[in-house]
Design a protein around this ligand. Structure first.
Ligand code: COA
Ligand code: ADP
Length: 720
């Protein structure tokens, strides 16, 4: 699908027409071939302008077609023939030129970008590489270092940055098609006609090329552990630097074949679609859901300017939503407003935009909330206080104002009970720092109205978050699944592992940081406080056997013991690891830990045994996944995709494995069940190792593919 129009100046305008992003589907590829050949064979046509419908140039290959075998015309010969054209072809880039879209533009002789356009080669984020010549043409155009950066990270660049890098020839704030047409006209009149063709140009070779490529390879291996695509991207750019174009293209194609067939590409494509689909199907079954339209949020308020409140205020202002920040403690108000101003200024500087500080107003009480459409409460995590604040909000605001809570652990329904209209209470579980972290758990209480939930889901997207609807249960979805994972990690220490061994295995799997380094970073006292509140930190030491919680199940007090000794993690200079003083960044194994663990084990009569990497991974990861099955069974998430999005976006689960549920499906559900049964037999007092009924049911049904799980779960719920 490409439209052919004759425009003044003896030009042809070719418009890709495949909404919403003019992805290069079979029909679009064929359309480009047909319209190009028409333009080139018409002697009246002197030049061509390529653009996209609805002012979006092209969002790249049609990802939906990746599921099946490649059909229709290939991109490489199509792009080669555009480049070989004897008439100037100019790309008019508006909106986006991503992936195949940018590769198409690189095959054109010139590129004009609208000032708001974004360009990039995001294939690496889908487990692939830009295989329609992108890895060979881009380094020829902008040099090896800049091309490596763009291709291995997949980051989008603005039109201005693209101009600076030399990707585009001109940026306009007018109509890019007109500027492109003007250029095509003037070039077509030149004699001789010397059209720039990237494939014919040499790649600039910096003197330190080998060292540069080596450093890039080391960096991608460090950044994305176990991910294949970034490594292949470096190899492809190396080919562009070292080989003639034709050979480089063969290398690009070989590398692409390997990636395309890998499980990682399938996992990453699943992530792409899951992130866009969550919230579109259904709500967690605990909540009512219909097709209620979201309500507009024109003005918001945030109550409490602690760490979370500050980040939330910044997120609102940056999204262009005026926000009232209420803090009753004068000192905190002062500190909070300064912190907000600083964050907004840094953010504006980074984006080259003006600070949104003008949108923030501060207040010391709730008097001024009449015009606010939605409030986010972020006061201390204390039920009585929060209930009181909700009661006050209920009278301070208009009756139909949405009242949201940033609680991470309290029962939403108890907060709802404190207001006049409980159906307008929804949870907004942000992750710290709230202006940076992409995940938003939208917590639906049993009484939350569908329109209220829909409003918050949409608001999350405006704030630049991935919103996932979850039911209201302790820990919601993310933290609930994290518990068994953390517990397994500490049981492994009791049984003979060391913190660095457990972390090493998890980092090898692809987490940027293992559990112990992570808890050192966030501070061991955070979990300690929660465990004390939950009454878990028990009588503790019962010599001769593993410790138990007050509730009687196995409980590991090691983290509590560290806290009692003032080892709170990075901020105190020691925790599970040793740091160069308080606030130190680099975690070093602490020789003291060995003796500490030995003493603890001997007190409990535990004998250390050798523990392999496989056991570490299976126990930590499958305990977490098993809880994911329970979450689904309980109707706390709408489907496995929701759980996976939460983990990949919010908990740095390696995206190239798709997420915990996708990973389990890829390993094979019978194998996961088998390992859980095995570990549960060995540790009958550890409930999280007991396979969930849903997992058993799926295995008994012959392990249906993951996109069918929602139906199975629906069936279970309808029988209840
Ligand atoms: N192929 C197929 N569908 C695509 C697509 C592609 N390359 N890019 C976007 N879409 C679809 C999305 O799935 C979504 O569909 P839905 O409305 O049915 O859910 C729709 O287009 C809109 O996308 P969305 O991401 O919600 O819109 P946005 O305006 O926030 O972002 C883009 C637009 C183009 C920036 C973003 O979609 C994107 O990054 N796309 C992928 C680009 C890419 O990786 N291309 C290389 C492919 S190898
Ligand atoms: P976080 O959970 O964001 O790290 P804190 O729990 O430290 O942050 O911050 C909560 C903030 O809420 C504190 O600054 C506190 O003064 C403020 N706060 C508590 N009660 C109210 C209230 N009723 N109105 C406004 N602010 C409040």
């Amino acid at each position: 699908m490409a439209r052919y129009t004759r425009i003044p100046g003896s030009l042809a305008l070719i418009t890709l027409t495949n909404p919403p992003v003019n992805a290069l589907s079979i029909a679009v590829r064929q359309g480009i071939i047909d319209t190009m050949s028409r333009a080139l064979s018409d002697p009246e046509v002197k030049g061509v302008v390529l653009c996209g419908e609805n002012r979006k140039f092209c969002g790249g290959a049609d990802i939906r077609e990746f599921a099946g075998p490649m059909k229709g015309p290939h991109l490489v010969p199509t792009f080669d023939s555009i480049e070989a054209a004897e008439k100037p072809v100019v790309a008019a880039i508006e909106g986006v030129a991503l992936g195949g879209g940018l590769e198409l533009a690189l095959a054109c002789h010139y590129r004009i970008a609208h000032v708001k356009a974004r360009l990039g080669l995001p294939e690496v984020t889908l487990g692939l590489l830009p295989a329609a010549g992108g890895t060979q043409r881009l380094p020829r155009l902008i040099g090896v270092p800049a091309a490596l950066d763009l291709i291995t990270t997949g980051r989008h660049v603005s039109a201005q940055e693209a101009l600076k890098l030399g990707i585009v020839d001109r940026v306009t704030d007018g109509d890019a098609r007109e500027v492109a047409a003007e250029l095509a006209r003037s070039v077509s009149a030149e004699r001789p006609l010397a059209l720039p063709r990237l494939s014919a140009q040499p790649t600039p070779r910096p003197p330190d090329l080998d060292a540069l490529l080596e450093a890039a390879m080391a960096q991608v291996r460090r950044r994305a552990r176990g991910a294949l695509a970034p490594v292949a991207c470096v190899q492809a750019v190396a080919a562009a630097a070292n080989l003639p174009y034709g050979q480089g293209m063969r290398k690009e194609s070989e590398l692409m074949d390997t990636l395309f067939g890998s499980g990682q590409a399938r996992a990453l494509q699943y992530c792409f679609f899951s992130q866009r689909a969550v919230g579109k199907w259904s709500m967690p079954s605990g909540a009512r859901w219909d097709n209620s339209a979201p309500r507009p949020v024109r003005k918001a308020a945030v109550i409490g300017l602690g760490t979370m409140g500050r980040g939330i205020v910044v997120a609102f202002a940056r999204a262009g939503i005026p926000v009232v920040a209420v803090e009753m403690d004068a000192k905190q108000l002062e500190a909070g407003s300064q912190a907000v101003a600083g964050m907004l200024e840094r953010d504006a500087a980074r984006r080259g935009a003006e600070s949104a500080l003008g949108l923030v107003r501060y207040a010391a009480d709730l008097r001024d909330l009449r015009e606010v459409d939605l409030v986010v409460e972020a006061v201390f995590e204390d039920l009585a206080l929060k209930r009181q604040v909700f009661g006050e909000l209920s009278t301070a605001c208009e009756p139909d104002t949405l009242l949201c809570s940033n609680t991470s652990s309290l029962d939403l329904d108890q907060l709802a009970a404190a207001v006049r209209r409980p159906e307008l209470v929804v949870g907004m579980h942000f992750f710290a720092p709230a202006h940076v972290m992409k995940l938003l758990e939208v917590v639906c209480g049993p009484r939350s109205a569908p329109a209220a939930v829909a409003t918050v889901m949409q608001l999350g997207k405006r704030l630049g978050k991935v919103s996932v609807a979850v039911g209201s249960c302790p820990g919601f979805v993310g933290n609930r699944m994290l518990m068994p994972y953390l517990r397994q990690a500490s049981f492994l220490l009791e049984e003979g592992a060391s913190p660095e061994q457990v972390d090493g295995a998890l980092e090898e799997f692809g987490f940027p940081m293992g559990v112990f380094r992570m808890s050192d970073m966030s501070g061991l006292d955070v979990g300690w406080r929660v465990r004390k509140e939950l009454g878990l930190t028990g009588p503790g030491v019962a010599p001769g056997e593993p410790a138990r919680s007050r509730q009687g199940s196995r409980y590991c007090p090691l983290a509590d013991l560290l806290c009692e000794q003032g080892r709170l993690g990075q901020k105190t200079g020691s925790g599970w690891y040793l740091y160069d003083g308080p606030g130190g960044q680099e975690a070093r194994p602490d020789p003291w830990m060995r003796g500490f663990l030995e003493e603890y084990r001997s007190l409990h009569g535990l004998r250390a045994r050798p523990i392999g990497q496989q056991e570490v991974l299976e126990r930590c990861l499958y305990a977490l996944t098993n809880e994911g099955f329970r979450v689904l069974e309980d109707g706390m998430a709408a489907g496995p995709e929701d759980v996976d999005v939460i983990y990949v976006v919010g908990y740095s689960w390696p995206a190239h494995t798709g997420g915990p549920m996708f990973h389990a499906a890829a390993v094979g559900l019978p194998a996961v069940l088998d390992r859980l049964e095995h570990y549960h037999r060995a540790h009958p007092d550890v409930p999280e190792l007991q396979p969930s009924p849903l997992l058993r049911k799926l295995v008994a049904m012959g392990s249906p593919p993951i996109h069918k799980w929602r139906e199975v779960i629906k069936g279970i719920h309808s029988q209840l």
